[in-house]
Design a protein around this ligand. Structure first.
Ligand code: API
Length: 294
């Protein structure tokens, strides 16, 4: 078995992604390799999307997801679009069925280059998020941060898109909140036994929203696809928006989310290739492909 595997450094509207080609291999990308790659400015990333041989008939590949802190994640919407773009460029195929820890995901690259991923069905039960204690109504739970008599953020909606999300609703500019300070406190709050992705959401119309996310295991990112899905589902559940919403994300990109009548959540947006290389999945030692040198 070759000691190195191919990878592509990509981004999903600014969400920094490494797509690792682990097909035909029995090993996995290690947390140590993730930490080493993230420590190098050239390969610093938010998530690694590792493409493995399929485990389930009817799916093309199994996708293993690692955050930049080396922890695993069940879902990554922006990363899935990067995987689709890379595989479509390699094979000419435009539709794919993947398996992740969160389940089976179908995806399609459109003629205009945008990519849609069926992120599956949201889950709302307190044990599905999961939460450490029972909350019957997860449209708004008791959680706040800041002075007890004047909390800065409070009463979030919580949703699982396979990964846990808390959505705090705000009516001021999303950049006016110290998410770099509040994010880690909320991510690691004991109410979230598996930690959580923390999003500030400002609804600007029944079809538009601005969001900013502190990601579990990755920190502040320029976009978070599953957070966009969670925010739209939570906004529709609380009658703040309809079920088809366009979102502006911190990197200046935009995503579209549709919560379909069959309960599936469809995430649509762009993906971008940056450069390719090869790396050791156990150590993270890497080299850039000569022909892809910028
Ligand atoms: N940090 C997330 C995974 C990546 C989510 C985000 N990058 C996306 O596009 O969905 C978690 O640990 O649940």
């Amino acid at each position: 078995m070759a000691s190195t595997a191919p990878f592509a450094k990509m981004n999903g509207i600014g969400n920094e992604i490494i797509v690792a080609d682990m097909r035909g291999r029995a090993d996995r990308v290690t947390p140590a390799a993730a930490l080493a790659l993230n420590a190098d400015a050239a390969t610093k990333f938010d998530q690694i999307m590792a493409i493995h041989d399929a485990k389930t008939p009817g799916t093309a590949f199994f996708i293993d997801i690692l955050n930049s802190d080396g922890t695993g994640a069940q879902a990554c919407g922006n990363g899935m679009r990067c995987v689709v773009q890379a595989l479509a460029a390699e094979t000419g195929q435009k539709t794919f069925a993947f398996e992740t820890v969160a389940g089976i995901l179908n995806a399609e690259e459109h003629a205009d280059g945008l990519i849609s991923v069926d992120m599956g069905k949201p889950r709302f039960g307190w044990q599905d998020i999961p939460l450490a204690e029972e909350f019957r109504d997860t449209r708004m739970i008791e959680l706040q941060i800041g002075p007890i008599d004047a909390p800065v953020l409070h009463s979030p909606s919580v949703v699982s898109m396979g990964n846990p999300h808390a959505i705090f609703w705000v009516d001021r500019d999303v950049w006016s909140y110290e998410l770099d300070r509040f994010g880690p406190l909320l991510e690691n709050h004991p109410i979230f036994p598996e930690r959580a992705n923390i999003t500030i959401a400002r609804v600007t119309s029944p079809e538009t929203m601005v969001i900013r996310t502190w990601e579990r295991g990755a920190g502040l990112t320029r976009a978070c696809g599953t957070a966009a899905c969670a925010a739209v589902v939570a906004a529709a559940r609380t009658r703040r928006t309809g079920r088809s919403v366009s979102l502006v994300t911190p990197g200046g990109g935009s995503l579209h989310v549709e919560w379909r009548g069959d309960d599936h959540v469809i995430l649509t947006g762009a993906a971008e290739w940056e450069f390719s290389g090869s790396f050791d999945p156990s150590t993270g030692v890497w080299a850039r492909d000569t022909e892809s040198a910028a």
